[in-house]
Design a protein around this ligand. Sequence first.
Ligand code: 6PG
Length: 257
Amino acid sequence: MSISDLAYRKVLIDRTAEKATDTAATLFKTIVCETVGRNGVCRVALAGGTTPHALYQKLAAGGISEEVPWRSVEVFFGDERDVPQDNVESNYYMVQRILLDHVPVEPTKVHPMRGDAEDLPTAAMEYEQTIRKLLPACGEGFPSFDLIMLGMGGEGHTASLFPGSDALNETGKLVTAHFVPVLGRHRLTFTFPLINAARNILLLVTGDDKAAAVLGMLADNPETRQSLPAGRIAPTNGMLYVILDAPAARLTGMASS
Ligand code: 6PG
């Protein structure tokens, strides 16, 4: 299967997960610093899952943390589980504990999704309203995040957009709530119109168990690529950085740096 450069995509491969995390941390810092320098504020949506734990730890530690203008960062979440904010499964709880408790982000600039709401579709609609209020819309009318961080599951899901789900084809809503049969749970998630309106998207994927999905998600053939949710990440006016470790990239034939 061939993989070519695409105008909107840059693939960065490191030998180890630790090095891939360093690359992601450096890019995060660079994008935030440049955006704050230009606009005075940087709106970031963070990812859940386990892969970013090491990244958030790195961003929270001395060194890089001191170079990030945290007071000018506005924090959102790309997806959330149907649990309260103090539940260990909550993405907000994870990010708060690993990152936000350790950096000087203004609490009023942190916007958790209400994963424990009785009425999740209303929670999704309210989150969309918050985004529309706080983010400028770009050309096509969709608000444009400065940076969206994403991960990918072994079957190719990203945020909480799972294979076969109707949410993949959403064209109107920016945030949606839906039942995910394979999990037997509800999720709140950004949709592709919102994801693909971002200026920068950082997709961090590590580990051998993701190799087949990485190959599919990067494929030149659009049908193969788009059969995986993560292959539908294609910013219309921004840049997608795919950051991989060598085990995740092992089927691509691409060399690590
Ligand atoms: C979540 C996510 C999800 C995640 C992938 C990868 O809430 O779980 O945001 O899209 O990024 O499932 O998860 P891991 O990093 O745990 O493999």
